[in-house]
Design a protein around this ligand. Sequence first.
Ligand SMILES: O=P(O)(O)OP(=O)(O)OP(=O)(O)OC[C@H]1O[C@@H](n2cnc3c(O)ncnc32)[C@H](O)[C@@H]1O
Length: 222
Amino acid sequence: MLNFVTTNPGKVREATEYLDDDVQQFDFDYPEVQADDLRTVAAEGARAAYHAAGGPVIVDDAGLFIDAFDGFPGPYSSYVEDTVGVERVWRMTEPEDDRGAAFKTVIAYCDGEGFEATPDPDGIDREARRGQDLSADARGAATTDEQVHDGSAKSSETVPVKLFEGRVNGEIVAPRGEGGFGFDPIFEHDGTTFAEMSTEQKNAISHRGRALAKFAEWYGER
Ligand SMILES: O=P(O)(O)OP(=O)(O)OP(=O)(O)OC[C@H]1O[C@@H](n2cnc3c(O)ncnc32)[C@H](O)[C@@H]1O
């Protein structure tokens, strides 16, 4: 059994599509380190959660990155959703010429074991790496004790963590749709907002779906 460490049942709903009955929600509000990149937050969260759960865990740190605001709210998306709110993020973006945005996620897996380094970064979304923002994330992680080249994060003093990334591009629009969670109503991809999609439709293209697919493939081979 795999613990999906999150306070957000919406994330678990999406993960069960990939991991069937092997996944359960572990409602643990891991301490989010002050960091500008998702990788560091996810990796440190997975280590803390692994110690709390005493078994294999995955942590998903995600965010909405709006181009006109240099990636804001990014790693602070949860806080901004709670304080500013989804509707006002739309109204802030509305006057901008460029309403482009991306959802990104980093899934961190930790089971207390080490991982073999792979020369080809199968845990890294190549599309994401081409994107400016995730390159910045990768640079940020490289300055910490994380090892990023093979998609795993290691240091001599900490428990190894394996990272899987996903990204999807879209546009910020006026809220539409009742499904999903968080910023889904204002994130449009190919003419449809994420809140107008079923979980299956969203998973097929979303940041989390892409990261989960990579994780599920790697996990299934173990
Ligand atoms: O930390 P946990 O407990 O997992 O739950 P959380 O919801 O606070 O999760 P994050 O710290 O990863 O914050 C991600 C925020 O980014 C936004 N977000 C991430 N993925 C999203 C998605 O698929 N759809 C809509 N909003 C999303 C939403 O505001 C989330 O609260």
